[in-house]
Write a protein that binds this ligand. Structure first.
Ligand code: G4P
Length: 293
């Protein structure tokens, strides 16, 4: 089953974000540390590079990701011109406080009365952007003003110290590549109405046995680790006594069990992709040019 998810309001929000990007000094991009590549919106990233806006890539949910993979991702992004990356857990708070300062390091000539630092925060659904925003606004040194909506979908926040943050809603994009879509379904960035949980869980089970066999078998001691994804889901059903009529494994419940344990970290710290699987980073023109004016 092909996964497609691009509701109309996201189309509008994407258009508005593209317009705001032109008046932005630094982009704060919230990514899911388990899938930093797949959780990056490629259309916005392309425009950001074209406009040469620096980016702070925030690898959120680091508490759920494989620390070794996260180190590799940080090195991958930090090698790119005009990009700095940081891994954190928005739920745990303290590191969020330093984000404005880190963003300012990418546009050091801003944050003055005549030239405020204009930041735009982006992220696909469920990467933890709202959690991060709540933490950021609560921790802001000065009094934070929640300004009225700038556009139908955007809100502005005065962070004090001549720093201004525009918040956008979670946006996906049309024609998500299917391998990325499966990962985004597994991490819950794509809602369950758009995919078959058994298919997503079957792919996840096979990946986990190939890459995190010890973590997987600790929770699900399957008899045949080389079995196909769908057979693994059936076995999870048997192992957890999730059975339907006639004692047949209930695949939907078994799939939800595996997805749930992956999502909440019960399985362990797991990443679904690594920079080694990607082509070398594009070494485009330096992204030093924050917006002027
Ligand atoms: P969004 O605005 O990008 O859509 O994401 P949101 O902040 O609503 O967060 C989506 C889910 O991710 C929430 O879980 C939130 O608690 C969780 N989350 C956010 N940041 C982190 C993090 O750093 N680590 C972990 N482990 N989880 C994080 P939820 O299940 O919807 O709600 P809750 O029961 O966890 O509150």
């Amino acid at each position: 089953m092909a996964i497609e998810w691009f509701p109309g309001h996201m189309r509008e929000a994407r258009k508005e974000a593209a317009e705001t990007l032109r008046k932005t000094d630094v982009v704060l991009e919230v990514l899911d540390a388990r899938v930093p590549f797949s959780s990056c919106n490629p259309g916005i990233e392309e425009l950001r590079r074209k406009l040469q806006r620096p980016a702070l890539k925030i690898l959120n949910k680091q508490d759920l990701a494989d620390p070794e993979r996260t180190r590799e991702w940080l090195a991958y992004y930090n090698a790119q011109p005009g990009v700095r990356a940081v891994a954190l857990s928005a739920k745990q708070g303290p590191s969020v406080k330093r984000l404005p300062e880190r963003a300012l390091a990418l546009a050091p000539h801003r944050a003055r009365p005549a030239k405020p630092l204009r930041m735009l925060i982006l992220g696909i659904p469920n990467v933890g952007k709202s959690t991060l925003m709540n933490s950021l606004l609560r921790r802001s040194v000065s009094k934070v003003g929640n300004e009225p909506a700038l556009t139908k979908h955007q809100f502005g926040h005065d962070l004090g110290n001549h720093m201004w943050l525009v918040d956008t809603p979670g946006m996906l994009w049309p024609d998500i590549e299917q391998r990325a879509a499966l990962k985004l379904a597994a991490t819950h960035s794509i809602g369950p109405a758009a995919y078959d949980p058994v298919e997503v869980a079957a792919e996840l089970a096979r990946y986990l046995l190939d890459n995190y066999a010890e973590l997987f078998t600790r929770r699900f001691p399957v008899a045949a680790p080389s079995a196909s994804g769908p057979d693994l889901i059936a076995e999870i059903g048997r192992l957890r006594s999730l059975l339907g009529k006639g004692g047949v494994p209930d695949l939907a419940r078994a799939a939800r069990t595996l997805l749930g344990e992956f999502r909440d970290g019960t399985l362990g710290k797991i990443s679904l992709e690594s920079p080694a699987q990607l082509p070398p980073p594009v070494q485009g023109a330096p992204h030093s040019g924050a917006a002027t004016g």
